[in-house]
Design a protein around this ligand. Structure first.
Ligand SMILES: Cc1cc2nc3c(=O)[nH]c(=O)nc-3n(C[C@H](O)[C@H](O)[C@H](O)COP(=O)(O)OP(=O)(O)OC[C@H]3O[C@@H](n4cnc5c(N)ncnc54)[C@H](O)[C@@H]3O)c2cc1C
Length: 408
């Protein structure tokens, strides 16, 4: 088992520098254009595929890095380039992790490669859990999956919302209710293969930030998928449901909110994205403060500006080890006894919001215009305290974990 270290090894440093080069040379120069267009940057995804960054192999290599630092290091660099484009590149990973976490080996081998497509014909995938009335409160989910035994098919009906890549994806991973009595324990995940009749894109959202990333509703009307598309398989599902019913009948364990439990290990990834955006904005602000002259001296000569930069950098440097610790814990199977995954996401995302706002302030009027990237970074950073569980939900999870109390 890998010991925790803050020192990247030589291989990791090489990958980090390579990713940084791609972020600086390909992602950052394209950021403003795709933010304005509010469209998926297919040519950039294809470039990432050509050099091997948008690929199952690359993702798996980072995911299985025994130190746990592969994913946070990669995400920080890509999101340093631009959050919207980077999310378009890594959004497929969310669906892939859904299959990795719950799928059989055969399902992993069949579906994950299809999610990425190939270099000449890149595809994206979507993970669809949230619904109009079930955001933080995942247990309120209404999308139903009913088993048609005669045909060995599942029939899905419902409306998903806020799905990254929803409707433009080839493979959609859809979470649905199979037993409404059991709350979030009665949910199961399904693969909806490309071109399945009945799945359509609803509204595409016009957003405040990460505008190069496609976010949309996904409508499911009598969507029939073969039995083998149930992630983990029917036998495992039946066993899991039986255990949950037994536990509910004996008045045992409370049905937990799946948003609080399932995502603990994946939340540091959002923390790493936030660190990337925060670092990018800080660097722009530092350069600007050293070169912008007012009252006959660089503005950084004023403590009021310099101290802001000192705080910005301190908070970024505090956020990163929290993210790395949680990623290391997830990879090495350490229990999250203090909700360390949620802690890392909470601190890093709040830091990104704060630091990008300070960067706008340090750039003055220029910070408020689209001529400078901090305006976009500030809009982008707002997402980190919302998706994969809002900051309030992170605090709820941390407080409940620490206290053991049903804090509401
Ligand atoms: C750009 C974008 C991309 C997304 N991508 C995906 C995706 O790919 N797949 C997917 O399934 N989902 C996705 N989401 C959905 C995202 O995870 C949800 O928006 C998020 O979980 C919050 O849910 P909600 O929007 O319904 O807010 P609500 O749950 O309605 O919350 C509204 C406010 O109330 C607060 N609140 C709610 N409950 C409590 C409580 N118990 N205590 C204190 N405060 C509370 C919240 O913190 C928040 O401030 C995405 C969202 C966005 C905006």
């Amino acid at each position: 088992m890998a010991e925790f270290t803050l020192e990247l090894n030589d291989d990791q440093k090489q990958v980090r520098d390579w990713l940084h080069g791609f972020a600086a040379d390909v992602i950052r120069p394209a950021a403003s254009e795709w933010d304005e267009r509010e469209e998926t940057p297919w040519p950039v995804i294809q470039e990432a595929a050509k050099v091997g960054i948008y690929s199952l192999d690359f993702y798996a290599q980072q995911f299985f890095d025994p130190t746990g630092l592969g994913i946070p290091m990669a995400l920080e660099e890509l999101f340093w380039g631009d959050a919207g484009i980077a999310l378009s590149i890594v959004g497929t990973g969310l669906a892939a992790v859904g299959v990795l976490a719950n799928g059989t080996e055969e399902q992993i081998g069949t579906w994950i490669p299809q999610m990425y497509g190939d270099v000449d014909d890149v595809k994206v995938a979507a993970f669809c859990s949230s619904e109009p009335d079930a955001g933080s409160d995942v247990a309120s989910m209404r999308t139903r999956a009913v088993y048609d035994q005669a045909k060995d098919e599942w029939v899905l009906n419902g409306t998903k919302t806020w799905a990254t890549n929803g409707g433009i994806a080839g493979v959609h991973v859809v979470v649905a209710v199979v037993d409404a009595e059991l709350g979030s324990k009665g949910h199961a995940s399904f693969i909806v293969p490309p071109n399945t009749p009945g799945l359509s894109q609803g509204q595409k959202f016009k957003k405040h930030g990460i505008r190069a990333s496609h976010t949309a509703e996904v409508v499911l009307e009598d969507v029939r998928v073969p039995g083998h598309c149930l992630l983990g398989g029917k036998e495992k599902l039946d066993q899991r449901l039986a255990r949950a019913r037994e536990s509910a009948a004996s008045g045992g364990e409370r049905v937990k909110n799946a948003a609080m439990a399932t995502f603990e290990a994946s939340r540091p990834a959002v923390g790493a994205m936030a660190v990337g955006t925060a670092r990018a904005a800080y660097e722009v602000a530092l350069d600007y403060a050293k070169t912008r002259t007012q009252f006959g001296r660089p503005i950084i000569d004023n403590q009021g500006v310099a101290f802001q930069l000192a705080d910005m950098r301190t908070q970024i440097d505090a956020a990163r080890p929290l993210v790395w610790r949680a990623s290391w814990m997830a990879t090495t199977g350490k229990p999250f006894t203090s909700a360390e995954g949620s802690m890392s996401k909470l601190y890093a995302s709040e830091t990104a919001k704060k630091v990008t706002a300070q960067a706008v302030q340090i750039l003055g009027g220029n910070g408020f215009t689209r001529e400078y990237p901090v305006e976009r970074m500030h809009r982008d950073a707002a997402i980190y305290t919302i998706f994969e569980g809002t900051s309030e939900i992170q605090r709820l999870v941390i407080a409940r974990t620490l206290s053991g109390m049903p804090i509401r």
